[in-house]
Every structure is written in structure tokens, then in C-alpha cells.
Design a protein around this ligand. Structure first.
Ligand code: PTJ
Length: 260
């Protein structure tokens, strides 16, 4: 148990959540190393949401509201860290969440299903059709993303396959590229601005997942007051490459000017 007074409380709490999800068979072994990589990039950006990330979050919120069929894709790490926040965000959209795993096994699928259904609040939302948890039923997870050989290619017709916008927290570059090639808008959340995912996505949010999802929900709620034209104006001049370059500049200046 991490004491709340610990100066690195939030970071250690996230680490505990990740380890706990691994013990429960929800998180892949490689999810532990992915988390560590994320932690080191978070150090580089100063463990806070940068101006650049906030800009991407605002654009992503507008894009999600403009979408006809947005889907939030989740994997082991996302479930470990942000299950409730993801549910809250999806409720502000069309409620569609799809489990999409790189290391897909029957056992993990069952453990993930259990994690959602054992949570009374979430279970009621699934029962009352406020949210839809896709990607776990083999009968409906029967579509294949073109040119993607990994198990991430298995998707549902109602979800990722027919989505126009897919939010993909902690992703691998192959699928991002395949989804973009299918004509979809891909929003990724990735602390590593150099990753293939970050460079291939339509909108990259270089921020930590547990900081980012509540901000996305906040702006989605706020932007619901805006009309279509206003939302399109927010999206209009966004340049993902430029945003990534600014983040790299930010990191490099931050390190150059850092007092030790
Ligand atoms: O659950 P599965 O089977 O789908 O597997 C998931 C993992 C994460 C193992 C798989 O997608 C994978 O191997 O991903 P990568 O290629 O390691 O990429 C993960 C990226 O997420 C890295 O660039 C990390 O920097 C970043 N990352 C890690 N933790 C966080 C993060 N980004 C935002 N917030 C985090 N908390």
C-alpha cells in the first residue's frame, strides 16, 4: 500500500495497479515493460500535461464529437489504469468500448470480462445498455483488419471495423497504420513521441493515460455546447507532425535548462 504522503504517490499507485492487473491475468507480461517505458518518457515531459498535449486533447475531443461511430479501443494496460474513466468518457459518446489485445488469449479475455462484470456500477451500465463492451464475444469479433497479421487484427463489425474514429490508448504502430489505411481517423495516447504509433496516428496525444482521459471527458462535455461549425474550426488547422516536433523541442529545451 503506497502512503498518500509519498512524493511519488500517483506514479507508485499506477505501478501498483499495473502489477495487480498482471497478477489477475488482465495485463500482458509485455504490458509491464510498456508501462516502464511510459514512466521514463513521463519524466522527460515533467509528469504534467503539456500545452501541446492539451492542444491535441482539445482537437481530439472535437473529432470525437464530430464522429458518427467513435470507438474506444482498450487493452490490458488501459483496463488496469483507467477502466472507470474510459467508461465515463464512452458514456459521453456512443458508449462503444472494444477490447483489442495484442497478446490475445482465451484466459485473458475471460479475466477482462470478469473485471468489467464484477464491478457492479459498470455491470449495471452494460445491462442498461449505457455502454457496450465489444471485442470479447467470438461470434461478433469476427472481422479482420486488412494487412494486419497479429491478433490485434480481430475486431467487431459494430465496433472498430465500422468506426470512423478510433481512440487507441497505448498502441502498437502496426495497427495504427492499418487503421489509418482503412480511412479511419486514429487518436492515440502515447507518452513516447518517437513511437511509430505517435508518428502514424492522425492525432497524437503525448500524455499519461490517467491524466489524459479525464481531460478528454471534460472537453467532450464542454464542447457539446458547440455547433458543428465551431467544432470543425477547432480541428481545422491541426498539424500532428508539427505538434510532435513542438513536444520534442519542449523536451530538449527542458533538459537543457534543467537545474540539478
Ligand atoms: O494488452 P495487450 O495484449 O494489447 O498488450 C499491450 C501492450 C502495451 C503490451 C502492447 O500494446 C505493446 O507492446 O505496446 P508498446 O509497443 O510497448 O507501446 C506502448 C506505448 O505506450 C509506449 O510507447 C509507452 O511509452 C506508452 N505508455 C506506457 N504507459 C503509458 C503510455 N502512454 C501513456 N500513458 C501511459 N500510462
Amino acid at each position: 500500500m503506497v502512503p498518500k504522503t509519498h512524493p511519488r504517490y500517483k506514479s507508485l499507485l499506477n505501478r501498483e495497479k499495473v502489477v495487480e492487473a498482471f497478477d489477475k491475468g488482465i495485463l500482458a507480461k509485455a504490458g509491464l515493460t510498456a508501462h516502464g517505458r511510459g514512466e521514463s518518457f513521463d519524466y522527460l515531459i515533467g509528469e504534467k500535461t503539456t500545452t501541446e498535449a492539451l492542444h491535441s486533447i482539445k482537437v481530439a475531443s472535437a473529432v470525437l464529437l464530430l464522429a458518427e461511430n467513435p470507438v474506444i479501443s482498450i487493452n490490458g494496460n488501459t483496463i488496469a489504469l483507467s477502466k472507470h474513466d474510459i467508461v465515463e468518457l464512452s458514456e459521453e459518446l456512443n458508449g462503444k468500448i472494444e477490447v483489442n489485445l495484442f497478446y490475445r488469449t482465451k484466459e485473458r479475455e475471460e479475466n477482462i470480462k470478469k473485471a468489467f462484470e464484477e464491478d457492479k456500477e459498470i455491470y449495471n451500465k452494460i445491462k442498461n445498455k449505457k455502454i457496450k463492451l465489444l471485442g470479447l464475444d467470438p461470434a461478433t469479433t469476427n472481422k479482420q483488419i486488412k494487412n494486419l497479421d497479429s491478433l490485434r487484427g480481430k475486431v467487431s463489425e459494430e465496433g472498430i471495423y465500422s468506426a470512423d474514429v478510433v481512440l487507441v490508448p497505448l498502441e502498437d504502430g502496426d495497427r495504427t497504420e492499418a487503421l489509418v489505411n482503412m480511412g479511419k481517423t486514429v487518436i492515440c495516447i502515447d507518452l513516447n513521441p518517437l513511437s511509430r504509433t505517435a508518428r502514424k496516428s492522425t492525432i497524437t496525444i503525448v500524455d499519461e493515460l490517467t491524466r489524459c482521459i479525464p481531460l478528454l471527458t471534460k472537453y467532450v462535455k464542454e464542447y457539446k455546447q458547440k455547433d458543428k461549425k465551431e467544432l470543425e474550426n477547432i480541428v481545422k488547422n491541426y498539424d500532428n507532425n508539427q505538434n510532435l516536433k513542438s513536444i520534442l523541442n519542449y523536451i530538449s529545451n527542458r533538459l537543457k535548462n534543467m537545474e540539478i
